[in-house]
Design a protein around this ligand. Structure first.
Ligand SMILES: [Zn+2]
Length: 73
């Protein structure tokens, strides 16, 4: 991972997100769960949100990664 990956997305907290953190699309409420991955983008289970490719976007509404909000359990 590189430090610029999340620039402007989640601020300084981005790199501190635990790898199992789930995030929710603020547009359509699709939730990305690292334990599940993403079939649409062929993201394998176990992939942290921070490890998603730069071009990844919401599989439901095409929102960008910066439109996702951290889900607190
Ligand atoms: Zn969405």
């Amino acid at each position: 991972m590189n430090d610029s990956f999340f620039a402007g997305a989640f601020g300084s907290d981005a790199s501190k997100l635990p790898p199992q953190t789930r995030l929710e699309c603020k547009i359509c409420w699709y939730a990305y769960d690292p334990a599940v991955g993403d079939e649409v983008w062929q993201i394998p289970p176990g992939t942290a949100f921070s490890e998603l490719p730069d071009h990844w976007s919401c599989p439901e509404c095409d929102s960008k990664k910066q439109d996702f909000l951290v889900l607190d359990d």
